[in-house]
Ligand binder design. Structure first.
Ligand code: SF4
Length: 67
């Protein structure tokens, strides 16, 4: 069986409202800065299932899977 595909993620900082959901769900990968905008570790990888869950949980739709 193949290992599940892993992806990296990105945040559209013009959409982020600083709700912090991403940081709560994965504090190792996501950080909300003092400016109230989240960043994601560009080297952090996620299973496709987890990535889709994170996208869904962001209330402003700012989180996406990197192309
Ligand atoms: S969950 Fe979405 S809106 Fe909230 S801090 Fe993370 S990227 Fe920003």
């Amino acid at each position: 069986m193949n290992a599940p595909e892993r992806v990296t993620m990105e945040i559209d900082q013009t959409l982020c409202i600083g709700a912090g959901r991403c940081e709560q769900l994965d504090p190792d990968a996501f950080t909300v800065g003092d400016d109230g905008v989240a960043t994601v570790d560009p080297t952090a990888t996620f299973t496709l299932e987890r990535a889709n869950e994170l996208c869904t949980r962001c209330p402003s739709g700012a989180i996406g899977i990197s192309p």
